[in-house]
Write a protein that binds this ligand. Structure first.
Ligand code: CUA
Length: 354
């Protein structure tokens, strides 16, 4: 029995791994299910390289098996030394030329795609949508250039259009990664701006992650990209421009929350405008799919976050215990009613993870 188990142990191991790893492919987070131009280009490259690898593997294994069987030592020929050959022009040419052809098949589309994806010259067009992206420990800021509007954590873009991102970091190196729409690009501290573009094919909420180890909460540095139709996008921009940051909320609790927020939180956060402060811009907080990029948008979660953020995202810049739990509850009432636009609330893949 033990021998039998031993023989198949690696088979079981790989079988279990396959089962577990196949659960990693979440819709709207998978490079294998492209929903945008860049991701599609990258998947094509992956397919070409895997096809070449399989081709080489099969040929080499076939030759290996052939030699193993055909030239196996036979009974009564233990001392036989086969005819020794040195140098064979035809063979030398074949195994030099075939790899060169394979490398060319791989290199030409790779170089083409590299230049294609790096071509952000379209942002010079005056109608182009350009967004400044700033990576921070552990959140993302998105400033719509020339529009006087900004969001944090959740980026709104129109479908079917190239949206240009100019990226940098306020602290350490992060990496903006949106697998199902585009590739990934580092955000660097200092003056070095990296540019890329997004082009989403269909409406949806797409998941993004920071892909550069940036501190204890690196794995929690998520963001969302909400792709809506161009008309809806224009509507969203209008809605965001018309936000009155000082508007009085409806309920008494939210009104108290607004005052508490203004007195305690405004030195780091912003509501309205396009500023990137020490903390995220909270203009459309009530429309966010996640709190702090990772938690479901319930009041309970928000109160937990306000009172003890370090427990949820270790090493983040937000101080704990600035306000009491009761005060935090009122601030939560205020923040959760900051809904200035219906755009994007009905995209089909919203909240698919729940
Ligand atoms: Cu930011 Cu990892």
């Amino acid at each position: 029995m033990r021998g039998w188990m031993g023989k198949f142990r690696s088979l079981f191991l790989f079988g279990a791994l396959t089962l577990i790893l196949s659960g990693c492919g979440v819709d709207n987070l998978s490079a294998l299910k492209p929903k945008g131009y860049g991701a599609e280009l990258l998947l094509d490259l992956m397919i070409i390289s895997i096809a070449i690898m399989i081709f080489v593997f099969v040929i080499v294994m076939a030759i290996y098996a052939f030699v193993l069987i055909r030239y196996k030592q036979k009974k009564g020929q233990e001392n036989l030394i086969p005819k020794q050959t040195e140098g064979n022009k035809a063979l030398e040419v074949i195994w030099t030329v075939i790899p060169i052809i394979l490398l060319l098949v791989l290199a030409v589309p790779t170089v083409q795609a590299t230049f294609d994806l790096a071509d952000t010259s379209g942002q010079d067009d005056e109608n182009a949508i350009t967004i400044d992206v700033i990576g921070n420990q552990y959140w993302w800021h998105f400033n719509y250039a020339g529009q006087e509007i900004a969001t944090s954590q959740e980026l709104y873009i129109p479908t079917g259009e190239r949206v240009y991102l100019n990226m940098k970091s306020s602290d350490v190196i992060h990496s903006f990664w949106l697998p199902s729409i585009a590739g990934k690009m580092d955000t660097n501290p200092g003056e070095n701006i990296n540019s890329m573009y997004l082009e989403a094919y269909e409406e949806g909420v797409y998941w993004g992650h920071c892909a550069e180890l940036c501190g204890p909460s690196h794995s929690l540095m998520d963001f969302r990209v909400i792709a809506v139709s161009p008309d809806e996008f224009d509507q969203w921009v209008e809605d965001m421009k018309n936000v009155d940051p000082e508007a009085t909320p409806e309920t008494a609790s939210a009104q108290e929350g607004q005052e508490l927020f203004n007195n305690n939180c405004m030195s780091c956060h912003a509501i309205g405008g396009s500023s990137a402060g020490v903390g995220p811009n909270l203009t459309n907080f009530g429309n966010r799919e996640k709190i702090a990029g990772i938690m479901d948008p319930s009041k309970e979660n928000l109160v937990d976050w306000i009172t003890n953020p370090d427990e949820i995202k270790p090493g983040n810049q937000m101080p704990a215990n600035i306000v009491s739990k009761e005060e935090a509850s009122k601030i939560a009432d205020y923040l959760l009613q900051l809904k200035h636009s219906d755009v994007g609330t009905d995209v089909p893949t919203r909240n698919t993870d729940e």
